[in-house]
Design a protein around this ligand. Structure first.
Ligand code: GLA
Length: 368
């Protein structure tokens, strides 16, 4: 686990919220953020646990102001960020923002290199609760030396703010992230396609030991509801994020989502796995043909299991108790979390038919 963890209690379970980037890129304004925050309440997202409303790249004015501070775009965020954060807070939600550790953001807006303490104070004065710090235009710098500057800047700014490290896994952030921030991206940007999802998932193996309370591996924000994948593919995406104890940052238009998308994003039993208080991240425990088994220990000794089918056909997948550290004779109750159905008590193994590009998500408990 590297240097140990910071335990400030800001992210005891993986952060949940919404971020503007995946759906809107830089086409954002204060109205979108206000409407999204309201929709999070009305749609049941807030009740399901989503808290942070985060604006990504594109909120900034083209230059710092005369005092040297970051400013919001005067046309698109004319009421100012403090006003916007206040409106989000009034709905019982938290507000997040974006900057970059280098000389410019990925979209070419002013970034924070050399201004970390100043910008952290600015964010704190606006009432910001969460800051994503990106890694474009950082030539010659290393994540493990730059991000601790932010840790310190947040401390001296005097407002608790979640630090979302976004350096794409370049400098093995799982080694130093736990002492530095609350979540860290493990790889490049996700796209709204099956091929991209597979590429991201293949980069999460073996990282399970590094995630835990107040410091989480971040395989990137959710694409659920953006239209490029099937409902089964989105359920697989969401299931894997939950077994990985990943931050759940919705990335769709929550003002206009279908009932099917809402049902995935607010599914209580998968979310309870993601937010399990033990905070143990899962990992790959078995791969057979095109089926994978990912598993995670839960509070109380149970297990969450995802049977994940990567093939273009439906497949029979099996989890063996020995994959989970249990003996073959142990009895375990099995519940299907998407179907919300108890399947009975089994010994040795459980198998299920998994749809193409889909997942079956289970909770296993040994009777007392
Ligand atoms: C990088 C990040 C993305 C997003 C964009 C914004 O690509 O990894 O998540 O923040 O920048 O420009």
């Amino acid at each position: 686990m590297g240097l140990g963890r910071q335990r400030d209690g800001l992210a005891p379970t993986p952060p949940m919220g919404w971020n503007s980037w995946n759906r809107f890129q830089t086409a954002i304004d204060e109205r979108l953020v206000r409407e999204t925050a309201e929709a999070m309440v009305e749609s049941g997202m807030k009740d399901a646990g989503y808290r942070y409303v985060v604006i990504d790249d594109g909120w900034e004015a083209k230059a710092r102001n005369a005092e040297g501070d970051l400013e919001s775009d005067p046309d698109r965020f004319g009421s100012g960020i403090a006003d916007l954060a206040g409106r989000v807070h009034a709905l019982g939600l938290r507000f997040g923002i974006y900057t970059d550790a280098g000389t410019a953001t990925c979209q070419g807006f002013p970034a924070s290199l050399g201004n970390e303490a100043r910008d952290a104070r600015r964010f704190a004065s606006w009432g910001v609760d969460y800051v994503k710090v990106d890694w474009c235009h950082t030539e010659g710098l290393r994540g493990r030396t730059q991000y601790p500057i932010w840790t310190e800047a947040f401390r001296s700014a005097g407002r608790p703010m979640v630090l979302s490290i976004c350096e794409w896994g370049r400098d093995r952030p799982w080694e130093w992230g736990p002492t530095t921030g609350h979540l860290w991206r493990t790889c490049w940007d996700i796209q709204d396609s099956w091929a991209s999802l597979i590429g991201v998932i293949d980069h999460q193996r073996g990282l399970g030991a590094h995630g835990g309370p107040d410091g989480w591996n971040d395989p990137d924000m959710l694409e659920v509801g953006n239209g490029g994948m099937t409902p089964d593919e989105y359920r697989a995406h969401f299931s894997l994020w939950c077994v990985l104890a990943a931050p759940l940052m919705a990335g769709n238009d929550v003002r206009a989502m279908t009932d099917e998308v809402r049902a995935i994003l607010t599914a209580p039993e998968p979310i309870a796995v993601d937010q399990d208080p033990l905070g143990r991240q899962g990992d790959l425990v078995r791969a057979e043909r095109s089926c994978e088994v990912w598993a995670r220990e839960l509070q109380g000794g149970g297990r969450a299991v995802v049977l994940f089918n990567r093939s273009p056909r439906s497949e029979e997948a099996v989890v063996r108790w020995t994959d989970l550290g249990w003996g073959p004779q142990d009895r375990a109750r099995v519940r299907d979390l998407w179907e919300r159905a108890d399947r009975g008590t089994f010994t040795e193994a459980y198998s299920a038919t998994v749809p193409t590009h889909g997942a079956v998500m289970l909770r296993l408990a040994r009777p007392d």
